[in-house]
Design a protein around this ligand. Structure first.
Ligand code: FES
Length: 194
């Protein structure tokens, strides 16, 4: 009797296993790729800055708490204005007979040199053999910044490109020497950034 019960239980279990084996499950579908959506949402929650990479960490959230959204907007507007004003100035457009020279006193180097209005202040200083600070040489960082003693900077120089300084910085006399071309005589302190 016991054997019959065991046999019946075994047969039932076998039938269950076979039935499960052939039963159709619910199909597996790969989830939709939402990585781009997530990136866009994160980017939308932090203010953009006017700084180029590597300073712009907005996607990573680095600037989110440091800059209140309102202020960031204001600063960006100013930065954009600065860029717009600088756009259009190309030193290569200055004809040979329009090249003018200005007396620039490099205060820390203790010398006054003539710099043409189609030559960046940084290049002119380097030609004198001075070891002046720089990194990108394209107006995109702030390594080469200098201070014009009698600022505002726009009264004395023109930038061919400026992705780093805000209007307020230039108002205080700061310039990017790698992309700054003189339009007047002035005294410059190299290695000074806002
Ligand atoms: S060297 Fe980078 S802005 Fe001049």
């Amino acid at each position: 009797m016991v054997e019959l019960v065991g046999l019946a239980a075994g047969a039932t279990l076998t039938l269950i296993v076979v039935a499960l084996h052939y039963a159709k499950g619910t199909g597996w579908e790969a989830p939709e790729d939402i990585s781009q959506e997530v990136l866009e949402q994160r980017a939308a929650t932090v203010p953009e800055t006017d700084f180029p990479e590597p300073y712009n960490r907005s996607i990573g959230g680095g600037g989110a708490t440091a800059i209140p959204a309102g202020e960031a907007e204001g600063e960006l507007g100013e930065g954009e204005e600065a860029e717009e004003e600088d756009e259009g100035f190309d030193p290569d457009d200055i004809a040979e007979d329009e090249v003018e020279y200005y007396e620039i006193e490099f205060a820390k180097e203790g010398e006054t040199i003539e710099v043409a209005n189609n030559e960046p202040l940084l290049d002119a200083g380097e030609e004198e053999g001075w070891d002046l600070p720089y990194a990108c040489r394209e107006g995109q960082c702030i390594s080469c910044a200098g201070h014009i003693e009698d600022g505002p900077a726009e009264d004395y120089i023109r930038h061919s490109n400026n992705d780093s300084l805000m209007d307020d910085d230039m108002e205080e006399g700061y310039c990017l020497t790698c992309v700054a071309y003189p339009t007047s005589d002035f005294t410059l302190e190299t290695g000074e950034s806002p």
